[in-house]
Write a protein that binds this ligand. Structure first.
Ligand SMILES: [Zn+2]
Length: 114
């Protein structure tokens, strides 16, 4: 499962960061997941529940922030929020749009209790 390898790398990253800060109990991890990231947020949550067992993050929760699609039209120099998979500009119908947001898959923050 794609999402499992993602959460394993997130857990590894957070455990490293926690160790650097002198340890502590991780309370929450905040991730941003774009609609075009290819990640299923339900599967991500499920994989996280499995993967955290037996790690220092067993008592933590995963907070997922969905990032909507935002694109820039080079023809009209405007930004708009299309509905995937059709991302063409609503003004000039240009299909080549520059994606500004929606591909994110990142850890935004996490909370540790010492
Ligand atoms: Zn346009």
């Amino acid at each position: 499962m794609h999402e499992l390898s993602i959460v394993l790398s997130i857990i590894e990253q957070i455990e490293e960061e926690t160790a650097k800060r002198g340890g502590g109990q991780v309370e929450a991890i905040y991730v941003r997941v774009g609609v075009l990231s290819g990640v299923d947020t339900e599967a991500l949550r499920f994989a996280y529940d499995l993967a955290r067992e037996g790690t220092g993050l067993a008592g933590s929760r995963l907070e997922i922030e969905a990032v909507l699609l935002l694109v820039f039209c080079p023809q009209c120099s405007t930004t708009h929020a299309p509905r995937p998979p059709n991302i063409a500009c609503p003004c000039c119908i240009t299909p080549e749009q520059e994606i500004l947001h929606g591909r994110e898959l990142e850890v935004r923050a996490f909370e540790i209790v010492q």
